[in-house]
Design a protein around this ligand. Sequence first.
Ligand code: ATP
Length: 212
Amino acid sequence: MLEIGLTGGIGSGKSTAASGFVRRGAFLIDADQIVRDLQQPGEKVFEEMLSQWGTEILTPDGQLDRQLVANIVFSNPDELTVLNGIVHPAVRDEMTRRREVHLDTDNTVILDIPLLVESGYRNFDAIIVVDVDTEIAVERLVKYRSFDEDDARNRIQKQATRESRTEIANYVIENNDSLEVFEEEIDKCWEWVESIERPEVGRELPPLISKE
Ligand code: ATP
């Protein structure tokens, strides 16, 4: 397995890049998707969140209302710490489980991890960062994700800085132009991925860690 960490700020284009890599033959482990899976009713993370905040974080049909949770934790750092303590270890365990499937293969596996910088884990074969100008990210979050502009700026401001991401990157994809140009950049990046020397199949990998 060739293991690649993929990260970038909110709205930078990580998911678009990840889909591009999958179309070109990569296998994807998506941290955000894992969070959504673990927050389904009946899952351990869902139950722990319910114990913490009660039914006020649910929609009328009993699903987790992610916006209500965001409202609680983004206005209170202590609540965010509690949430992270519930979610991060569970996500790490599930990522580890999904990664094990590929250990004895020669697959290229992309781990899309929004909080890669914050996690402190660096033992990937390579780290790809999608970087975008802050103003363009805000514009896209407002236009395509129906974010309120202040909320978008607030979320960006609370994340790791662009510099802290690009300084751990082995490859930076810029996403300040059209989607067509971005696809061309994804192509170039994939060519680079394919040029990386393949690690030995079945090697031992260090455990993934999470910031708890
Ligand atoms: P999040 O952090 O919220 O998960 P992300 O980093 O995964 O976001 P995407 O979902 O890939 O980012 O992109 C955010 C939005 O911007 C999407 O609606 C996507 O279609 C759009 N987008 C991405 N790149 C471009 C581009 N170059 N031109 C126009 N729109 C773009």
